[in-house]
Design a protein around this ligand. Structure first.
Ligand SMILES: NC(=O)c1ccc[n+]([C@@H]2O[C@H](COP(=O)([O-])OP(=O)(O)OC[C@H]3O[C@@H](n4cnc5c(N)ncnc54)[C@H](OP(=O)(O)O)[C@@H]3O)[C@@H](O)[C@H]2O)c1
Length: 409
């Protein structure tokens, strides 16, 4: 897993940072493609503290701005490096309940713009570099797309109501269709539709492309935009609850699985697949729809003004009129006033209950972290013991082989 040139997007925190760290430690030349220079430089300093001779370079990349994607590729080309691996990791998850849309520089919905259209353009502009690397002797060139199991609405009760992607309403501009959760689910389904279509287009070039779900990893910054109660819920309560089902992963565990897909021989010939828990897994029904894969590709080519596609400009929809504030009702009865007071009391009690649950969740989360760390230590110890044992057994094995050989003669 050494000596390769790897671009990792979103390497300032979470899975991207940890993947960059692992890849540097293994002796690869890693480009950290990030939008925040200060954070990126801090990430590199941290990597170098651990691996002083790490090959880690920062190049600015804001996936929510097509101009920045093109600029990134120019800067990368100016370095005159080959490219073996592109890890499309960066992603954003806005407040799931929010119905107020946010936009990219190019007027796309921010979630699908950052999670799909930016990476779509970036990947396409780097394809020639990857093809070159694949065609070298013993060439190995791969693209890894970090998606999520949340692309599958059937995965949980909370997502069951979500709608399939409507290709004529990709940015959820139609009134009443946008909320943060629907946008995130659509963007992660788009990651898979893109991966499958790209694998078909890359057939015969030697470049491999696969998508991966890293599992549920509450230790990253992904829920930073979540609403007040949602954030601690995801980090602590959910963390604690999922612990029982052993579903959550630590950041190092998940980053290791991303790096394995990018580097391990096990995946060298695998392409056009969805990987979860280290194995090929079937993704949602809509992502397997070949017609949709083709349509999304065509539309993405037009929105990002990719060479060969007729550019399609996007105009933001007009904001809905602000609802007028309801005037105080002068005829409010005493009964109505008492009911309102009682509601307020209930809300306060609910908040107190939530704080209590969060406290418990925090404790659970700490237990899980400890448990995971202990498990990692145990694995390491077992591995070392195994290696020591093999070293001790070696001479005995060699002796036995010699005796066998002698007997045969
Ligand atoms: N954590 C989970 O449970 C989980 C589960 C399934 C899938 N995933 C996927 O894993 C990937 C990594 O997420 P994470 O959990 O590691 O979250 P994270 O800690 O929030 O990392 C996200 C990274 O993406 C970067 N990013 C966001 N918007 C960007 C933009 N416009 N341009 C360039 N970079 C941008 C962030 O940069 P800044 O530091 O500048 O904000 C950050 O480096 C995402 O694709 C996510 O969908 C995560």
């Amino acid at each position: 897993m050494t000596g390769k040139v790897v671009v990792v997007t979103g390497a300032t925190s979470g899975l991207g940072y940890e993947s960059a760290r692992i890849l540097c430690e293994a002796g690869n030349d890693v480009i950290l493609a990030c939008r925040d220079e200060e954070k990126a430089k801090r990430a590199i300093a941290k990597i170098k503290q651990q691996t002083p001779n790490a090959l880690a370079t920062y190049i600015h990349l804001d996936l929510a701005e097509l101009k920045s994607v093109r600029q990134f590729v120019e800067e990368f080309h100016a370095l005159n490096k080959k490219l073996n691996v592109l890890i499309n990791n960066a992603g954003v998850a806005l407040n799931f309940r929010d119905t107020k849309r946010q936009y990219t520089e190019d007027n796309f919905d921010l979630t699908i713009g950052t999670n799909h259209l930016g990476p779509f353009l970036l990947t396409n502009l780097l394809l020639d570099d990857l093809k070159k690397a694949a065609q070298e002797e013993n060439g190995d060139a791969r693209i890894v797309v970090v998606t999520s199991s949340m692309h599958e609405p059937k995965a949980s009760k909370k997502t069951k109501h979500l709608q399939p992607i409507d290709i004529d309403n990709l940015f959820l501009f139609n009134e009443g269709t946008y909320n943060g959760l629907q946008a995130y689910k659509n963007s992660k389904a788009a990651n898979l539709l893109f991966t499958y279509e790209l694998a078909k287009k890359l057939d015969g070039t030697g470049v491999k492309v696969n998508a991966i779900c890293p599992g549920i990893v509450p230790g990253t910054e992904l829920m930073r935009h979540a609403g007040g109660a949602q954030k601690p819920f995801a980090r602590y309560v959910l963390h604690g609850m999922l612990r029982l089902a052993k579903l959550i992963k630590t950041v190092p565990q998940s980053a290791t699985s991303i790096c394995a897909l990018a580097m391990d021989d096990k995946f060298k010939d695998v392409t056009g697949k969805f990987i979860k828990d280290g194995v090929e897994t079937q993704s949602s029904e809509e992502t397997l729809n070949e017609e949709l894969q083709g349509k999304l590709w065509e539309l993405s080519g037009r929105y990002t003004a990719l060479e060969g596609y007729e550019p399609l400009e996007v105009v933001r929809p007009l904001p809905p009129p602000e609802p007028a504030a309801a005037p105080e009702d002068p005829n409010k009865t005493d009964e109505q006033k008492t009911a309102e007071e009682s509601n307020e009391k209930d809300e306060k009690k609910n908040d107190e209950d939530a704080t209590e649950i969060i406290k418990e969740g925090k404790k659970e989360a700490a237990d899980v972290d400890k448990e995971n760390k202990d498990e990692l230590k145990k694995d390491e110890k077992e591995k070392n013991e195994e290696e020591e044992k093999t070293d001790k057994e070696k001479p005995a094995d060699e002796k036995a082989e010699k005796i066998e050989e002698a007997a045969a003669v």
